[in-house]
Design a protein around this ligand. Structure first.
Ligand code: KMH
Ligand code: ZN
Length: 305
């Protein structure tokens, strides 16, 4: 049987990194549009998109901050548009799903459980071995701000509100319990097969970025979902490229982008999103896999098209 092609998703800006961390992080409408188009040209067939305030770079879920770049991306590329419903940690689920409800994209994210959500100190240290973290200030004092809330009520609200739009969900699973939440939601009819799971490793609060854990997540998903799922891997920070490489060799799809890691290699910031896409594309192709075009991604994931 021919080997399935590898889908590269690029997550362009996210809501966690700040522009002070890297000059490459796009936050103006122009930069988000230009970097998204360049990432698609470099080989990304899915673009996972958040918006930011054009002046300050603060995360935004206001449709007026998506409007200036979405049509430009659609006009310049054939890439699948995937809009975040993660928004940022402090927002309600109603606010977080507003962009997907407004623009009805082919895909959007769907986060599968509540958790503490912080950068792992080791992920930050990937670029700066002198970096010091302040446990009291960064992790303890800010604990309430670090809760990523995705209760069953939130998940149902998002699923039911978005159901009429026929959007394919990127089910974000940060730990093995989230796979069981997803299975439960499928059993009660909230989500229909085939589903697309993003296994996420290396967020502090979720499962760690070890290959053993990837094998464990995949084996658990095989048991729970059988042939009813497609999967991709996102490693945060320094785990990004190594886990994406391993995933591609295990038959999975991959996600890169400055939302998940600002680096191109140890100690070296990426120039832009396309830099990371070009690197993973080169690795995937060198190792004998082919990269999926946007239409092939639509086919593999059974998108509305
Ligand atoms: N930033 C990623 C670790 C979302 O947008 O819904 C997870 C994410 C969530 O992309
Ligand atoms: Zn995101």
């Amino acid at each position: 049987m021919a080997r399935q092609k590898t889908i590269i998703t690029c997550a362009i800006t996210g809501a966690i990194h700040t522009p002070t961390m890297s000059d490459a992080l796009p936050y103006t409408y122009d930069d988000i549009a230009n970097q998204a188009v360049a990432a698609a040209e470099a080989g990304a067939s899915i673009l996972h998109l958040h918006a930011r305030d054009n002046d300050t770079g603060a995360p935004s879920v206001d449709p007026k901050d998506f409007q200036p770049f979405l049509p430009r991306i659609k006009q310049a590329t054939d890439a699948v548009v995937n809009i975040s419903t993660g928004g940022s940690l402090s927002l309600s689920i109603q606010d977080r799903i507003t962009p997907a409800k407004t623009f009805s994209p082919e895909m959007c994210s769907m986060n599968m459980g509540s958790m503490n959500f912080s950068f792992h100190p080791l992920a930050k240290r990937y670029g700066d071995d002198d970096w010091k973290f302040d446990w009291e200030k960064d992790y303890v004092a800010n604990s309430d701000g670090n809760i990523f809330r995705n209760t069953f009520r939130d998940i149902r609200e998002a699923a039911e509100t978005l159901a009429p739009h026929d959007i394919k969900f990127e089910h974000e699973c940060y730990d093995v319990g989230h796979l069981y939440n997803l299975k439960f939601c499928m059993d009660i009819g909230l989500f229909k097969a085939p589903i697309f799971i993003q296994f996420i490793f290396g967020i502090l609060g979720g499962i760690g970025p070890e290959v053993d854990n990837l094998v464990f997540m995949k084996r658990t998903a095989d048991r729970l979902f059988g042939d009813d799922y497609r999967w991709s891997v996102l490693g945060a920070g320094g785990a990004q490229m190594t886990l994406a490489t391993t995933a591609s060799q295990m038959g999975g799809h991959v996600r890169v982008g400055l939302e998940d890691s600002l680096f191109i290699s140890r100690g070296k910031l990426a120039d832009n999103n396309a830099h990371q896409v070009a690197k993973i594309r080169r690795i995937v192709e060198d190792l004998g896999c082919e990269v999926a075009t946007p239409d092939e991604a639509r086919d593999i994931l059974a998108l509305k098209g």
